[in-house]
Design a protein around this ligand. Structure first.
Ligand code: SDX
Length: 431
């Protein structure tokens, strides 16, 4: 296997090292290209550029493979749960029974959100974006935990375990608070004896006079949805966390930036866009046929949301798992959701349609996740905040890789300037 690539520009050759990952991924290391040749590599949107070496998640988009620390997502979905998978993603190994118990205890001990933080929420109109509220609340955490957020890698890594538990647990509790605040309901305090997902459902749906009792299948489905979102290589929001973390920003500040990136409808906001799409198809009495025709126009505003992916050119393995879990949960709860039937019609039609097949557009994680969250009782405007709860372990693990990399550098991409060339100032009178 070659260890060096050679780039020929005009009459000169530039040797560039080749990198091979543990799963055989190949890269040309262009770090020395500009110094040697004056040229930079150009890749708008970084779709073909590796920004880092990472040990967390391996993703093969052509073959629909997703593994966390080497464990296939199908096995984690079948045998594990969200908290255990979070530990694996963050620390690199499945926890022992003692580690799992201690990790769970740390999450329970840090489930309560400070009273003063409630005032931050109360500064928002109830119509504000839940993702904006979540990002703001997470950005405020360093003010409450300054010793965990010193913006000094060495000090912050010393307290990493505590900061990680706080981030995972509080993001979950804050999402429940946001839901209560939007609906004018009193905040519900967590219970020390409840597991992660059951505690979330309790904080969301319990009333002063009536505790919410999570049906086991509902808690199991929520666990699965969060687990499937735990990490996904260098996606838009995770790369944002790494970018912000590379400036030595603390964990909470970096995650807050990632949450803002996740809010976009082309990324984490797609689960809401999928449900809005399905609902509009249903309201128009369409079975999806008309919509599919419009989706093939290729305009970003008409896209079949929940389809296509920047990396997968095959089925997103998470979509398959969530689709099956949808059927199981809705059958168990006796729910006949017309939107699920429309989603299935769309999937079947698209998988046979040359436009989608030729572009390798398949369902992604967002295509069915909204339907399962709706069955769990989560309102649509909270779907993307659920994605953020699930993705917190991935953000945390990636921030740790940046913070603990002794050869790490601040992220600072270059550009190709295509603006006006040098020109002199023109006095107002002469414009
Ligand atoms: C997530 O990166 C991650 O890992 C993200 C994520 C994670 O876990 O973090 O997996 C979560 O963000 C999933 C993706 C959720 N977004 C959506 O479902 C929105 C709908 N899908 C897209 O807009 C689109 O597919 C993207 C944004 C996901 C990917 O865009 P790309 O790779 O930039 O694809 P593209 O825009 O270059 O499109 C290639 C072609 C174009 O047609 P042509 O110009 O070749 O004629 O495919 C078409 C596009 O018009 N196309 C679609 C389409 N997606 C792409 N046409 C109709 N419907 C779609 N959904």
């Amino acid at each position: 296997m070659a260890t060096t690539a050679s780039l020929k520009i005009e009459d000169k050759e530039y040797p560039l090292p080749i990198m091979i990952g543990t799963e055989g991924e190949k890269a040309v290391d262009t770090r020395g290209l500009r110094a040697a040749s004056g040229y930079v590599a150009y890749d708008q949107g970084y779709g073909n550029t590796g920004s880092c070496e990472s040990q967390i998640t391996y993703l093969d988009g052509d073959n629909g493979i997703l593994r966390h620390r080497g464990y296939p997502i199908e096995q984690l979905a079948h045998y594990s749960d969200f908290v255990e998978t979070a530990f694996l993603v963050i620390y690199g190994e499945l926890p022992t029974a003692t580690q799992r118990k201690e990790f769970g205890l740390q999450l329970r001990k840090n489930a309560v959100v400070e009273m003063q933080m409630q005032k931050i929420l109360e500064g928002f109109p109830t119509s504000a974006s839940p993702m904006a509220m979540l990002s703001a609340m997470v950005a405020a955490l360093p003010a409450y935990y300054p010793h965990l957020a010193t913006n000094n890698f060495e000090k912050d890594l010393k307290n990493f375990d505590f900061a990680a538990a706080i981030a995972i647990s509080k993001i979950r509790s804050i999402v429940a608070m946001i839901y209560r605040y939007i609906h004018g309901l009193p905040f519900v305090y967590p219970k020390q004896n409840l597991p992660f997902c059951e505690n979330f459902l309790h904080m969301m749906f319990s009333e002063p006079y009536q505790d919410y009792e999570a049906v086991p299948e509902v808690a199991k489905a929520l666990n699965l949805v969060l687990l499937l979102h735990a990490d996904h290589e260098q996606n838009c929001s995770t790369s944002t966390v790494r970018m912000v973390g590379s400036s030595a920003s603390n964990l909470f500040t970096s995650i807050s930036a990632g949450i803002s990136a996740l809010a976009g409808p082309l990324h984490g906001g797609a689960n809401v866009a999928v449900m809005q799409m399905l609902q509009s198809i249903h309201d128009e009495g369409d079975d999806g046929t008309r919509f599919i025709a419009a989706a093939k126009s290729g305009t970003k505003s008409n896209r079949l949301m929940g389809f296509g992916h920047a990396v997968y050119r095959n089925f997103d393995p998470r979509a398959k798992i969530i689709g099956e879990a949808c059927d199981t949960l809705l059958t168990r709860l006796g729910i006949n959701d017309p939107l699920l039937n429309i989603a299935k019609n769309l999937e079947q039609a698209a998988l046979k349609d040359e436009y989608f097949v030729s572009r390798k557009l398949y369902p992604n994680v967002d295509f069915y996740s909204g339907i399962i969250m709706r069955a769990v009782g989560i309102p649509m405007n909270m779907f993307t905040t659920m994605f953020a709860i699930g993705r917190a372990p991935g953000y945390i693990a990636n921030w740790k890789e940046v913070a603990s990399n002794p050869k790490g550098r601040i992220y600072r991409p270059r550009q190709i300037y295509v603006g006006a060339t040098k020109r002199d100032y023109v006095a107002m009178a002469n414009r």
